[in-house]
Design a binder for this molecule. Structure first.
Ligand SMILES: [Zn+2]
Length: 406
């Protein structure tokens, strides 16, 4: 941080001396984001070394999680020079993932095969034109020693009060309906990937691109204001996605995803609404995949499930679930004009991201990335626009039928 401040001060002085414009100044600072140029893993009999080569010094914070065993490393926000040829590990590291966790923080998650602890972690200053090296040494330990090292990153939600009633009524003050679009996954959580034959973009990229097109179509009408839960490749907790809609007292929440399945022939879109019980086995499996997003990030899913259950009771009372189903019913015939639908296109499952308290919420799986046709179509501008238009028509008729969520 000190270094960053020093750098910024230097730029300020340069800006004053050189009469640089403010814009130049901003650009100069963003260019200061450290860049990871290489990831290396080395292994000896008792320890595994994980190394990042970085062009600047960084700060770090490390903790351990169990079931599955993971080492979570939070560092200063960095840029990644490449995807470093996949992410399979070596030694005690089974696999690893990385990405932006939140502005200012990048996260690396190491899936570890054995109970290990972080023996040492440090940054080595560059020598002779080489880069900084961030080193994490893992050492194998007993199960008991590993369990002792586990830290819970978030407080128990039982103690947290859930604000059910917003204080101000923002809805009646708005001239436009507010829709929150939620492109799934992001950062170190890529979501679903394509199949063997064709590996296109990961889910996080497809859904962000689609959501941006949907946003444009909604805003074009002049009837809708759109907030995106994420507008770039950054990770967001499931709970925080729906919380955005709740806090803003949105009129509708649409989570955008793309699915994967074993059979490469299966294609088509599905619209999901929340329920305690999954409508079918496939829906249950899909909910497990989507809810896993927080496990990937190192959250405790059981805590989330508790919240979902308590909220479900509330939702039943509040008719939000009925409204969500009403929107799903409006959306399906419209979506059919833009993309192929699966048989029984309206399904239900216990999806954490749909627990939006008092905001009608649906999750749309736009298609299957494991199907080559779907994977290609979903990245095409025309398909994305058509999906956007179908959402516009569905929203129009949903709000016209006075499904007003009060
Ligand atoms: Zn997803």
């Amino acid at each position: 941080m000190k270094q960053v401040i020093r750098e910024i001060t230097k730029f300020c002085l340069m800006a004053i001396i050189g009469g640089l414009s403010f814009q130049t100044f901003t650009v100069s600072v963003s260019a200061e984001t450290p860049e990871v140029t290489a990831i290396r893993i080395g292994h000896s009999k008792n320890s595994t070394r994980f190394v990042l080569d970085i062009n600047q010094n960084i700060k770090f914070n490390i903790f351990t999680l169990a079931n599955p065993n993971r080492i979570v490393i939070d560092i200063t926000e960095v840029r990644w020079k490449s995807n470093f040829g996949g992410a399979s590990g070596k030694g005690f590291i089974d696999r690893y993932r990385f990405g932006l966790f939140k502005p200012g923080t990048s996260r690396i998650v190491l899936d570890v095969k054995n109970p290990v602890i972080v023996h040492k972690a440090f940054v080595i200053a560059p020598k002779r034109n080489k880069s900084y090296r961030f080193v994490v040494d893992l050492k194998k330990v007993s199960k008991q020693a590993f369990e002792k090292s586990i830290k819970k990153p978030i407080p128990r939600p039982g103690k947290r009060k859930l604000a059910l009633k917003p204080t101000k009524d923002l809805r009646s003050q708005r001239s436009k309906k507010l829709i929150v679009l939620d492109p799934g996954h992001g950062g170190h959580d890529p979501g679903n990937l394509g199949g063997k034959g064709y590996r296109g973009f990961p889910e996080k990229t497809v859904v962000l691109s689609a959501a941006q097109a949907i946003k444009r179509e909604l805003e074009k009408t002049g009837r809708y204001q759109v907030i995106m839960t994420r507008n770039r490749d950054v990770f967001l907790k499931l709970r925080n996605r729906s919380r955005i809609a709740h806090n803003k007292q949105a009129d509708l929440f649409i989570s955008i995803h793309a699915d994967s399945i074993k059979s490469p022939r299966v294609r088509g879109a599905t619209v999901y609404t929340l329920s305690e019980k999954a409508s079918d086995r496939e829906a249950a499996a899909m909910a497990r995949r989507e809810n896993k997003s927080d496990i990937i990030a190192g959250m405790d899913l059981e805590e989330e499930i508790d919240i979902v259950q308590s909220i479900l009771i509330d939702l039943l009372k509040r008719e939000t679930m009925n409204l969500s189903s009403s929107f799903a019913n409006e959306l399906i015939p419209q979506l059919k004009k833009a993309v192929i639908l699966r048989t029984r296109p309206h399904r239900t499952a216990g999806l954490i991201v749909l627990k939006g308290l008092d905001v009608p919420s649906v999750l749309v799986e736009l298609g299957y990335l494991t199907n080559v046709k779907d994977a290609k179509l979903l990245m095409q501008r025309e398909t994305q626009q058509n999906i956007g238009r179908s959402i516009v028509r569905a929203a129009d008729s949903f709000f016209n039928k006075t499904y007003v969520a009060n």
